[in-house]
Write a protein that binds this ligand. Structure first.
Ligand code: GRF
Length: 200
Protein backbone atom coordinates (compact mmCIF):
# COMPACT_ATOMS: atom_id res chain seq x y z
CA UNK A 1 0.00 0.00 0.00
CA UNK A 2 1.04 3.58 -0.62
CA UNK A 3 2.91 4.74 2.47
CA UNK A 4 2.70 8.32 1.26
CA UNK A 5 -1.00 8.48 1.98
CA UNK A 6 -3.06 8.10 5.11
CA UNK A 7 -5.94 5.65 5.29
CA UNK A 8 -8.84 6.08 7.64
CA UNK A 9 -11.71 3.75 8.56
CA UNK A 10 -15.08 5.14 9.65
CA UNK A 11 -17.55 3.51 12.06
CA UNK A 12 -21.19 4.57 11.88
CA UNK A 13 -24.52 3.43 13.32
CA UNK A 14 -28.13 3.06 12.23
CA UNK A 15 -28.65 6.69 13.18
CA UNK A 16 -25.80 8.04 11.06
CA UNK A 17 -26.92 10.29 8.24
CA UNK A 18 -23.39 10.56 6.92
CA UNK A 19 -23.24 14.35 6.98
CA UNK A 20 -19.93 14.37 8.88
CA UNK A 21 -18.60 11.61 6.65
CA UNK A 22 -19.34 13.73 3.61
CA UNK A 23 -17.85 16.88 5.17
CA UNK A 24 -14.67 14.94 5.98
CA UNK A 25 -14.40 13.54 2.46
CA UNK A 26 -14.98 16.96 0.91
CA UNK A 27 -12.48 18.77 3.14
CA UNK A 28 -9.66 16.36 2.30
CA UNK A 29 -10.51 16.52 -1.41
CA UNK A 30 -10.78 20.31 -1.49
CA UNK A 31 -7.50 20.73 0.37
CA UNK A 32 -5.86 18.04 -1.77
CA UNK A 33 -4.55 16.19 1.26
CA UNK A 34 -3.30 12.60 1.05
CA UNK A 35 -6.08 10.97 3.02
CA UNK A 36 -8.27 8.10 1.77
CA UNK A 37 -11.42 6.79 3.39
CA UNK A 38 -10.68 3.08 3.11
CA UNK A 39 -14.02 1.80 4.41
CA UNK A 40 -17.18 2.80 6.22
CA UNK A 41 -18.55 0.24 8.66
CA UNK A 42 -22.33 0.28 8.80
CA UNK A 43 -24.14 -1.53 11.59
CA UNK A 44 -27.69 -1.51 10.15
CA UNK A 45 -28.66 -2.75 6.72
CA UNK A 46 -30.88 0.26 6.09
CA UNK A 47 -28.80 3.00 7.69
CA UNK A 48 -29.21 6.31 5.82
CA UNK A 49 -25.42 6.60 5.55
CA UNK A 50 -25.37 3.70 3.05
CA UNK A 51 -26.98 5.78 0.32
CA UNK A 52 -24.35 8.48 0.79
CA UNK A 53 -21.55 5.89 0.58
CA UNK A 54 -23.00 4.52 -2.65
CA UNK A 55 -23.42 7.96 -4.16
CA UNK A 56 -19.87 9.05 -3.33
CA UNK A 57 -18.22 5.74 -4.13
CA UNK A 58 -17.12 4.94 -0.59
CA UNK A 59 -16.93 1.26 0.29
CA UNK A 60 -19.32 0.32 3.05
CA UNK A 61 -19.08 -2.91 5.00
CA UNK A 62 -21.88 -4.26 7.14
CA UNK A 63 -20.80 -5.51 10.56
CA UNK A 64 -23.41 -6.30 13.18
CA UNK A 65 -22.94 -4.98 16.72
CA UNK A 66 -25.17 -7.70 18.19
CA UNK A 67 -22.06 -9.39 19.50
CA UNK A 68 -19.58 -6.63 20.33
CA UNK A 69 -16.65 -9.03 20.72
CA UNK A 70 -17.23 -10.28 17.15
CA UNK A 71 -17.71 -6.74 15.92
CA UNK A 72 -14.41 -5.62 17.41
CA UNK A 73 -12.62 -8.67 16.03
CA UNK A 74 -13.88 -7.91 12.52
CA UNK A 75 -12.89 -4.25 12.74
CA UNK A 76 -9.43 -5.19 14.05
CA UNK A 77 -9.00 -7.44 11.00
CA UNK A 78 -10.02 -4.61 8.70
CA UNK A 79 -7.57 -2.24 10.43
CA UNK A 80 -4.73 -4.66 9.93
CA UNK A 81 -5.61 -5.80 6.37
CA UNK A 82 -6.16 -2.25 5.12
CA UNK A 83 -3.23 -0.78 7.08
CA UNK A 84 -5.47 1.83 8.64
CA UNK A 85 -3.88 4.83 10.37
CA UNK A 86 -6.88 6.14 12.26
CA UNK A 87 -10.47 5.26 13.11
CA UNK A 88 -13.18 7.90 12.92
CA UNK A 89 -16.45 7.49 14.79
CA UNK A 90 -19.29 9.21 12.95
CA UNK A 91 -22.44 8.63 14.93
CA UNK A 92 -21.17 5.30 16.29
CA UNK A 93 -22.75 5.00 19.74
CA UNK A 94 -21.54 1.73 21.23
CA UNK A 95 -18.69 1.61 23.68
CA UNK A 96 -15.44 0.20 22.31
CA UNK A 97 -13.56 -1.93 24.80
CA UNK A 98 -10.20 -0.98 26.28
CA UNK A 99 -8.87 -4.21 24.79
CA UNK A 100 -10.00 -3.18 21.30
CA UNK A 101 -8.41 0.26 21.61
CA UNK A 102 -5.17 -1.28 22.81
CA UNK A 103 -5.06 -3.95 20.09
CA UNK A 104 -5.95 -1.45 17.36
CA UNK A 105 -2.90 0.61 18.40
CA UNK A 106 -4.00 3.54 16.25
CA UNK A 107 -5.87 6.67 17.29
CA UNK A 108 -9.68 6.50 17.40
CA UNK A 109 -11.48 9.84 17.21
CA UNK A 110 -15.00 10.92 18.02
CA UNK A 111 -16.93 14.15 17.56
CA UNK A 112 -19.26 15.22 20.31
CA UNK A 113 -21.95 17.82 19.62
CA UNK A 114 -21.22 20.02 22.66
CA UNK A 115 -18.39 21.72 24.49
CA UNK A 116 -16.89 18.87 26.50
CA UNK A 117 -16.46 18.27 29.39
CA UNK A 118 -19.94 19.77 29.65
CA UNK A 119 -22.84 17.69 28.31
CA UNK A 120 -20.85 14.49 27.89
CA UNK A 121 -21.02 10.97 29.29
CA UNK A 122 -23.30 7.99 28.96
CA UNK A 123 -26.68 8.77 27.39
CA UNK A 124 -25.52 12.18 26.20
CA UNK A 125 -25.74 11.86 22.45
CA UNK A 126 -27.75 13.34 19.61
CA UNK A 127 -30.86 15.23 20.58
CA UNK A 128 -30.36 14.47 24.31
CA UNK A 129 -27.38 16.82 24.29
CA UNK A 130 -29.15 19.65 22.50
CA UNK A 131 -32.25 19.35 24.69
CA UNK A 132 -30.12 19.80 27.81
CA UNK A 133 -28.16 22.69 26.34
CA UNK A 134 -31.43 24.39 25.38
CA UNK A 135 -33.08 23.68 28.74
CA UNK A 136 -30.14 25.29 30.53
CA UNK A 137 -30.38 28.34 28.28
CA UNK A 138 -26.71 28.16 27.38
CA UNK A 139 -25.47 31.12 25.36
CA UNK A 140 -23.11 28.91 23.38
CA UNK A 141 -22.47 25.33 22.40
CA UNK A 142 -20.12 23.75 19.90
CA UNK A 143 -18.31 20.67 18.71
CA UNK A 144 -15.49 18.75 20.35
CA UNK A 145 -13.21 16.24 18.64
CA UNK A 146 -11.44 13.99 21.09
CA UNK A 147 -9.51 10.75 21.26
CA UNK A 148 -11.63 7.80 22.32
CA UNK A 149 -10.65 6.01 25.49
CA UNK A 150 -12.51 3.53 27.65
CA UNK A 151 -14.67 6.25 29.27
CA UNK A 152 -17.41 7.97 27.27
CA UNK A 153 -16.35 11.44 26.07
CA UNK A 154 -13.33 11.67 28.36
CA UNK A 155 -10.40 11.23 25.98
CA UNK A 156 -7.95 14.05 25.27
CA UNK A 157 -9.48 16.90 23.29
CA UNK A 158 -7.89 17.63 19.91
CA UNK A 159 -10.04 20.48 18.69
CA UNK A 160 -13.05 22.36 19.98
CA UNK A 161 -15.08 25.05 18.25
CA UNK A 162 -17.82 27.21 19.71
CA UNK A 163 -21.02 28.56 18.24
CA UNK A 164 -23.31 31.23 19.72
CA UNK A 165 -26.91 30.25 20.35
CA UNK A 166 -28.52 33.70 20.19
CA UNK A 167 -31.99 33.45 18.71
CA UNK A 168 -32.22 29.65 18.99
CA UNK A 169 -35.81 28.80 19.83
CA UNK A 170 -35.68 25.02 20.11
CA UNK A 171 -33.26 22.12 20.65
CA UNK A 172 -33.59 21.43 16.92
CA UNK A 173 -32.25 24.88 16.11
CA UNK A 174 -29.35 24.31 18.51
CA UNK A 175 -28.66 20.99 16.75
CA UNK A 176 -28.66 22.67 13.36
CA UNK A 177 -26.16 25.31 14.43
CA UNK A 178 -23.90 22.76 16.09
CA UNK A 179 -23.96 20.38 13.11
CA UNK A 180 -22.66 23.16 10.85
CA UNK A 181 -19.72 23.65 13.24
CA UNK A 182 -19.15 19.87 13.42
CA UNK A 183 -18.68 19.83 9.66
CA UNK A 184 -15.97 22.49 9.95
CA UNK A 185 -14.20 20.84 12.87
CA UNK A 186 -13.91 17.10 12.31
CA UNK A 187 -11.64 16.90 9.26
CA UNK A 188 -9.03 19.44 10.50
CA UNK A 189 -8.87 17.53 13.79
CA UNK A 190 -8.42 14.22 11.95
CA UNK A 191 -5.65 15.77 9.89
CA UNK A 192 -3.93 17.00 13.06
CA UNK A 193 -4.18 13.57 14.71
CA UNK A 194 -2.92 11.77 11.58
CA UNK A 195 0.19 13.89 11.49
CA UNK A 196 0.81 13.40 15.19
CA UNK A 197 0.45 9.64 14.71
CA UNK A 198 2.61 9.06 11.63
CA UNK A 199 4.75 11.42 9.59
CA UNK A 200 4.51 10.80 5.87
C1 GRF B 1 -23.30 13.95 14.87
O1 GRF B 1 -24.19 14.85 15.37
C2 GRF B 1 -22.18 13.72 15.86
O2 GRF B 1 -22.05 14.74 16.77
C3 GRF B 1 -22.57 12.49 16.58
O3 GRF B 1 -23.29 11.74 15.66
C4 GRF B 1 -23.89 12.57 14.70
C5 GRF B 1 -23.65 11.98 13.35
O4 GRF B 1 -24.33 12.70 12.37
N1 GRF B 1 -21.41 11.85 17.15
P1 GRF B 1 -24.02 12.46 10.85
O5 GRF B 1 -24.31 11.03 10.58
O6 GRF B 1 -22.60 12.79 10.62
O7 GRF B 1 -24.91 13.37 10.08
Amino acid sequence: MNKNRYRIGVLTSGMSRGSNLLAIRNWFNENQLPVDISFVVVTHRRAPVIERCQYFGLEHIFVSTKDMAEFEERVLTLISEREIDLIVLAGFLKKLSAEFLEKAAIPTLNIHPALLPKYGGEGMYGSNVHKEVFRNQESESGATVHYVNKCYDEGEIILQRKVGLEGCESPEQVAERVLKIEHETYAPAIWEALQRHRKL
